[in-house]
Design a protein around this ligand. Structure first.
Ligand code: MN
Ligand code: MN
Length: 463
């Protein structure tokens, strides 16, 4: 069993670096609470740091070793590349994380009034315990796309001076029947209705129908210049309101929404920025829709990764269909996704010898899946040995882990999808407590080790 306390290995310089990283991490979480916001955050910073779009690279006559390239699609999936001296056909080093998180999506016909209050109806996205999302402050993030082509950004409920939204709970005094229910139905999906208003439109008549809703429509018009029917083509995500916080009397952890999987996305972003003139081309993939099966044009099941590599090879002057197939097959991949941290309060769900511990370094899952490893990419032993060597040589603290006890449940990541190209891939990410809850827990030490792990992988992984 490979396990040591990451914290005990740090000198003053390392601790300083770790704390500085943690400050940037919290800013990343605060500014990137949706997949669109993460793409916007990375794009702005990457372009300022000299990353060029494919079009810019083409105009400049192609790509050469050392060049930094950025490509995104639909504002939700993104790839960064640092071009290496080796031809891409010999393979690349890629780290891939997802930037979508479980949440409540606003429906397309969402706004209604009942009991003198206005509500937005939602449809939950990803795996959630629905009862965790009520009686807690919520914010609204996303876009409203209008027919004239304008796209109105929405971010409401984050500034401390701004109101928040909430879903109400039933008072305990009347909850006799509710408390008898199974956890999965204590709060039902159709009851995830967000309170957005409680005051009638100014000047409304005493018996005027939907006066509270009309007032909300007026506010939407004044604030965003949209009509009710513009909500038909909106993507609005309801997420926990407020900022990422340090956690613990010792401030050793982070409590925040959306750390699955923005903790790995952040670590790979920080890692790829430190790569200059690599031997093998380094890729950082930030993908969407993982929480609902990696489907759609912005999910990992799409051709985005493959198409982007084809574009890069074309710009480098080495594209052919066969060269592309070889490049994909020869690529080494870390599927950077979170894993379950051992939780002593729920110890019965874990098998201690094969659990990841918070603060004990980055977790490696040879396999995920459920039951008899069903649905898992089971990484090759030979590849694991190479990853282990790479981490050991760079002084990265890591631990081999399973998601939980056999037959306790299970989960998956994007590993099996890139494995379809014949590429070597293993799951490798930060352990969390309360994964998929509105506020998830990570250790600052594990965020730091994740950055170091991905950086080492970019620098030294080779075939
Ligand atoms: Mn994940
Ligand atoms: Mn997840």
């Amino acid at each position: 069993m490979h396990k040591k306390e990451a914290w005990k290995t740090y000198d003053a310089a390392a601790l300083e670096e770790l704390e500085a990283l943690s400050v940037r991490y919290r800013d990343f979480l605060d500014q990137g609470k949706t997949e669109r916001e993460v793409v916007r955050y990375i794009t702005a910073r990457a372009q300022a740091l000299g990353f060029k779009t494919l079009e810019e690279a083409r105009a400049a006559g192609g790509v050469k070793p050392g060049d930094r390239i950025i490509r995104s699609r639909m504002g939700k999936i993104l790839m960064l590349a640092v071009i290496g001296t080796d031809p891409m056909e010999k393979g690349m080093n890629m780290v891939g994380a997802h930037i979508d998180s479980p949440r409540l999506d606003v429906k397309q016909n969402p706004l209604y009034e009942d009991g003198g209050m206005a509500y937005l109806d939602t449809h939950y996205y990803g795996g959630i315990k629905k009862y965790q999302w009520i009686a807690t402050p919520l914010a609204l993030h996303g876009v409203i796309a209008k027919k004239d082509g304008t796209v109105v950004p929405v971010c409401f409920g984050e500034d401390p001076s701004e109101p928040v939204l909430v879903i109400s709970d039933l008072l305990i005094h009347l909850s006799g029947k509710q408390m008898e229910k199974k956890g999965s139905v204590v709060i039902e999906g159709e009851d995830l209705n967000v309170i957005v208003g409680g005051k009638p439109l100014e000047g409304a008549k005493d018996d005027e129908k939907d006066a509270v809703k009309k007032n909300i429509l007026k506010l939407l018009k004044d604030r965003y210049d949209v009509e009710e029917e513009d909500l038909l083509s909106a993507e609005l995500e309801v997420v926990p309101a407020g900022h990422a916080r340090e956690l613990g009397l010792d401030a050793s952890m982070i409590l925040a929404y959306g750390q699955d999987d923005r903790v790995c996305a952040f670590a790979q972003w920080e890692a790829v920025l430190q790569i200059e003139n690599p031997k093998r081309t380094c890729l950082a993939l930030f993908t969407d829709k993982e929480e609902i099966g990696s489907v759609g044009a912005t999910g990992s099941e799409s051709r985005f990764f493959e198409n982007t590599v084809a574009e890069l090879m074309d710009l480098a002057g080495g594209y052919s269909e066969l060269a592309l197939r070889r490049a994909l097959e020869n690529t080494c991949v870390l599927s950077a996704d979170v894993t379950a941290g051992f939780d002593p309060i729920y110890a019965g769900a874990f098998e201690k010898n094969n659990a990841a511990f918070i603060g004990s370094g980055i977790g490696i899952n040879k396999y995920t899946g459920s039951r008899g490893k069903s649905g898992s990419n089971d990484a090759n032993a030979e590849y694991l040995a190479r990853v282990r060597k790479c981490f050991d040589e760079a002084g990265v603290d890591f631990q081999l882990a399973e998601l939980g006890k056999v037959d306790q449940g299970g989960g998956g990541t994007i590993a099996y999808i890139v494995a379809n190209y014949g590429a070597e891939v293993v799951d490798c990410g930060v352990a969390l407590l309360s994964m998929h809850a509105p506020y998830e827990v990570s250790s600052k030490a594990d965020v730091y080790e994740a950055m170091k792990a991905y950086r080492a992988f970019y620098r030294t992984m080779d075939r």
